[in-house]
Design a protein around this ligand. Structure first.
Ligand SMILES: *Cc1c(COP(=O)(O)O)cnc(C)c1O
Length: 232
């Protein structure tokens, strides 16, 4: 586990990258948040991120987050960034403040109904496979309007924007394309539905510069902060 000092110095390096990328594209660094991804790491990592001033952390599995959350400060917010199976929708609503991985109209409707029944409201993002990568989750670009429409039907769901994971590739142009496709998709949806979709969750440790250039507002960063994950 990194010491608080190690984490602090990795954070300095990371924020330097974010500032530089913002400077290159004429963006205000305050318009991009860093969301620490604590998956596979012990709960202490999330508590450490909170101590460093991060208001939220992200996890990709419901059960893992449900185990860690009670061990962490109650003020810390938890965001789901991994694929959600419909039989875990209820547990996800109980465990997470934000669900970034809503990737079908069926899941949106189920989350909306269950949240309403439980008297909860939850922020959600629509996950779009904007890089058209068969290995990645997310709805197809063409399905995004139907998923958004299903989510908007439920007042218990506050749709904040879109999320994407770029295809793995040595060619940076592949990530560039996936990120600008997500932004274009957001622009079309916001205009078509007359809603504000301010959040673009895109970019991770390896491709955050490209994501900032394309307009990311949320960088989901794991390894650049916490080091390599234990291989599963
Ligand atoms: C693991 C994960 C990340 C963080 O990846 P790093 O390369 O470690 O920064 C970001 N987004 C999603 C959806 C992830 O599953």
């Amino acid at each position: 586990m990194p010491t608080p000092e190690e984490l602090k110095s990795r954070l300095d390096v990371l924020m330097g990258r974010v500032r530089e990328a913002c400077a290159r594209s004429g963006r205000d660094p305050a318009s991009v948040r860093v969301l620490p991804v604590t998956k596979t790491h012990p709960a202490e990592f999330a508590a450490l991120a909170h101590a460093l001033g991060f208001p939220a952390v992200a996890e990709n599995r419901v059960q893992e987050a449900a185990q860690k959350r009670p061990l962490c400060p109650p003020g810390l917010r938890w965001e789901l960034i991994g694929h959600l199976q419909s039989n875990k929708a209820k547990a996800a609503l109980q465990t997470f403040d934000v669900i970034q991985s809503v990737d079908s109209a069926e899941l949106a409707a189920r989350l909306g109904r269950l949240a309403a029944e439980a008297g909860l409201t939850r922020e959600v993002l629509i996950q779009v496979n904007s890089g058209r990568d068969p290995a990645k989750f997310g709805c197809e670009l063409e399905e995004a309007p139907a998923v958004l429409e299903a989510a908007l039907a439920w007042p218990a769901l506050k749709v904040r924007g879109l999320m994407a994971v770029a295809p793995l590739s040595d060619d940076m142009a592949v990530a560039d394309r996936a990120f600008s496709e997500l932004r274009l998709c957001r622009d079309r949806l916001a205009q078509g539905f007359g809603v504000s979709l301010p959040e673009l969750s895109m970019g991770m440790s390896g491709d955050l510069e490209s994501a900032v250039t394309a307009g990311s507002t949320c960088l989901r960063v794991g390894s650049a902060l916490f080091g390599a994950r234990p291989s599963a």
